[in-house]
Design a protein around this ligand. Sequence first.
Ligand code: GS8
Length: 196
Amino acid sequence: MAMKLYGLPMSTCTTRVMACLHEKGVDFELVTVNLGTGEHKQPPFLSKNPFGQIPVLEDGDLTLFESRAITAYVAEKCKETGTDLMRHTNPKEAAMVKVWMEVESQTFNPAISPIVLEYVIGPSMGKKTEQAVVDGCMGKLGQVLDVYESRLSMCKYLAGDFYSMADLHHLPFMHYFMTTPSKKLIESRPRARAWC
Ligand code: GS8
């Protein structure tokens, strides 16, 4: 039976999981959740994720939430197929993948998400961009990207000279970020730009 992914194509956390499923060549069914009507806060959905957020993955009798935990499960279950995103056969490479996955969730994501929220997600729901919020976030994200620039001068991708889950986890926010005027933070850094 195909896995079921509850979410939305425009949701960053849903696309993080979809990118992983595609990379692993896994068949899945996308079940759309209507955030507009608050479907995610109703008991049927809350029984899948008590925090009332997308995405949720169902694989037989297993129900998971948290996009990064879901990708870890998919990578582990399907380690023989598609790209070996976690470098299972090399403990040192695997450790570097985990380091940069942590960087994405603990450092990169908090720095970039307010900008994407202001420019893309807010306006998609009718909210005006607050330039002061964006301006206040640019310095912090710039500092994070300075570290990325330096790292990417040592290797082609974040964990080494191979594409991994660490890079994949950045995809959704990078995708939206590169549609905003703030993309100059990437474009002015040649290594980060090449990586992107
Ligand atoms: C965050 C999920 C999330 O923010 C994860 O899965 O990685 N740490 C979790 N989901 C958002 C959609 S963003 O793609 C969501 O469900 N928002 C609606 C809400 O919070 O009510």
